[in-house]
Design a protein around this ligand. Structure first.
Ligand SMILES: [Zn+2]
Length: 355
């Protein structure tokens, strides 16, 4: 039996779960608050999602997919021992050409093509509308590929990743996508969102934070980018020329390859001022929804506003920090509630800072 987190696909809240590998199925026994349940996962419906140093994520069923995330060592080996010839263990990211491209083509190529043509013809507003309507499943599949590709040359901090997932699980979050946060070892003060619910946080930004409300604000901000499809739109825009060429030459696999090859540039995608301000509002809303001190968002910004050179990167992709602080403060003045202590979040935060 393994311990992990269960995500029901409808909320991003991870529920503590025990995972048992039975001969013909996987049993997921979860509990959350006063509720508990058992899910039976038939092997044929399991999609392998991700195996990396930090954890194993399996997804199950049609969209919105359920998923489990297991940090415990030996889980991957146990899966292989128990279900050696199951289909979900055969696919892997190295076979992206097979699974990824089929997904991309089936998922939303016509919309993608439309978006690109509109961009190239100089109608970005229309193109962004098209990008905003990519099917969620397509966007998640794209994000999975990008995230896996990016992680190939990153060092994942698995202890901090586990702690930050615990923190996220204790937050009330609204999102169309399951949210997967990965902490990577990098001094650069940065965090960014990949399409489809993947968020990457540098440990450099965590080191700067002093209060957990700042982390909640940061997660809320990045979840805002995810929810409003900012990175998907930015990718479509920045790669439109290459993608148009691929379409013109009928090289569909080229499109997917170009997107994935450009995964490493994702951390420096620039968003519009409006996109940033909307995401700041989303961060603030997350604090409000969880009855946390809304000032967390301001504290976060003030750290980013410091003169330290390593902040420059984050500021350059997140411009106009002092304007943003003023904006947030004006929204805070409209809120009216008493922040409540949240022992669960504080415990997860203490664990994160400890690691
Ligand atoms: Zn941002």
């Amino acid at each position: 039996m393994f311990e992990g987190k269960y995500y029901n696909g409808r909320t991003s809240k991870g529920m503590p779960a025990f995972i048992t590998l039975e001969p013909t199925y996987i049993r997921v026994a979860w509990q959350a608050g006063g509720e508990s349940g058992t899910e039976i996962w038939h092997l044929s419906e399991i999609h392998k999602s991700e195996f990396n140093d930090a954890n194993t994520i399996l997804e199950y069923g049609p969209f919105p997919r359920q998923s489990i995330s297991v940090f415990e060592q030996g889980f991957k080996e146990a899966l292989e021992q128990q279900y050696g010839d199951a289909e979900f263990l055969k696919s892997s990211y190295s076979s992206f050409a097979k699974t990824g491209i089929t997904g991309l083509v089936a998922g939303g190529l016509s919309l993608l093509a439309l978006a690109i043509v509109l961009f190239v013809w100089g109608v970005p507003a229309l193109a962004e509308k098209a990008a905003a309507h990519f099917p969620e499943e397509y966007e998640r599949a794209l994000g999975e590929q990008l995230h896996a590709q990016m992680m190939l040359d990153q060092t994942i901090d698995s202890a901090k990743t586990e702690a930050i997932q615990d923190y996220l699980a204790a937050l009330e979050v609204k999102s169309d996508f399951p949210i997967t946060v990965t902490v990577v070892k990098n001094d650069m003060v940065n965090a960014f969102a990949v399409p489809g619910g993947f968020i990457v946080v540098h440990d450099g930004i965590l080191d700067e934070m002093e209060r957990h409300e700042e982390l909640a604000g940061l997660l809320g901000h990045e979840i805002g980018h995810v929810q409003m499809r900012h990175s998907t739109k930015a990718i479509t825009r920045s790669l439109s020329y290459y993608m148009l060429l691929s379409i013109l030459f009928g090289d569909v696999s080229g499109i997917a390859a170009v997107i994935v090859d450009n995964a490493s540039t994702l951390h420096s995608l620039e968003y519009s001022r409006t996109a940033e301000s909307d995401s700041d509002k989303a961060g603030l809303e997350l604090l409000v929804q969880n009855k946390l001190n809304p000032k967390g968002m301001v504290w976060l910004m003030e750290r980013l506003n410091s003169d330290e050179p390593e902040f420059l990167k984050f500021i350059s992709t997140h411009p106009n920090t002092s304007d943003r602080i003023k904006n947030i403060e004006s929204h805070i003045r409209k809120t009216n509630y008493k922040p409540e202590p949240n022992p669960e979040l504080e415990a997860a935060w203490a664990k994160l800072k400890d690691r």
